[in-house]
Design a protein around this ligand. Sequence first.
Ligand SMILES: *Cc1c(COP(=O)(O)O)cnc(C)c1O
Length: 455
Amino acid sequence: MSAQHKFLLDESKLPKAWYNINADLPVPPQPVLHPQTLQPVTPDFLSVLFPMPLIMQEISPERWIEIPEPVREVYKLWRPTPLFRALRLEQALDTPAHIYYKYEGASPVGSHKPNTAVAQAFFNKEAGTKALTTETGAGQWGSALAMACNMFGISLEIFMVKVSYHQKPYRRIIMQNFGAEVHASPTELTHYGRSLLEQDPDNPGSLGIAISEAVEAAATSGGAKKYSLGSVLNHVLLHQTVIGLETLEQMAMAGEYPDIVIGCAGGGSNFAGFAFPFVHQNLTNGTKTRIIAAEPASCPSLTKGKYTFDYGDTAQMAPVVKMHTLGHTFMPPGIHAGGLRYHGMSPQVSALVDHGDVEARAVHQLATFEAGVQFARAEGIIPAPESNHAVRVAIDEALACKRDGTKKVIAFNLSGHGHFDMTSYDAYHQGRLEDYEYPAAMVEEAMTHLPQVPA
Ligand SMILES: *Cc1c(COP(=O)(O)O)cnc(C)c1O
């Protein structure tokens, strides 16, 4: 009998609750600090930006948090997503390992991001929010939130990093199709944006700057607008756990359990969403799955950053949290995996790496594209440049199995497809893609600007 390729869950098996790792974290959670006073924030401060249900999820100690029925109804448009066994990749690598991948590119906008966008739009709607602001880099997050806001009747204002706005118009058009208003950041619409444009009218923008503008637009709206973030925060990671919860069931259908679980990590949300249900099994059920977060060697917050308190954004308006950081003023090199260019990391993922429950591995850009092309030629799906980091580590682990003659079960999250990233693949094929050395001097400089948090 030939082996099965796909493991599909019926809609009725869509999870009914998200998994909250706060309940099982082996270390106490660290306080979230106010950016000006550096004292623990009050719910008042957070409620300027977020609706109360999401603030409660951020700090909840409950292990399971019910997924509201209207959110499950929208999830059903594409969930449960398929789990594939990468049989043809296994053959191409000639490895005794079994390789599985969960395909989040099956969502309407092509990534895992709608899993939290839909939930955030729903809870904002419930709380009476009429309008949201957010930032987006290349547009993955913006298009997910635009779709979700449209479904729940909330208007959306998106600050899109200016270089991407001009160089990558397709996702901007997707956002506009869903009715969102998209600005090239820095803009003239915020105090911070105006101050940057005064110094340099050609400022190309950055994710940190766009976050600052979106936060300012919400914070100064007199309560009319709230702000939404697509990664890093606990409630975002929580919503993403549908990925791993489905995968647990699908691995059971396949009659196997992973020895190694892999995801790429920018702010940590798809990694956590896929991996935390397996971390849960490790922490409470005695399993010994290796859990690996894959990050870019040029923006290596987990492998080279410091585990300390830092601002979430460039302009020091977002809360200060304890995380692995390269410094909030650090400007990462222009790698094509734009979704992984963030100076910090989710506090929950950071705590687990610091405590030794999660491993981190940095990979170079060229090697990630090489892996992505090899994967596409075997399996037919072209991964997003971000996802290629997970593909690289999965292939490396499968090759290690071949070398050692061990038959491990490897599972990774394919966080999105790369259909809007053909310019990057083109650069790779033309030999124009380069590896960036770890920018040690820039990181060292950025580290001098960390907030001085009283012990
Ligand atoms: C945004 C994005 C990422 C990185 O974000 P995380 O919060 O770390 O998951 C990874 N893959 C894809 C396809 C993305 O769109």
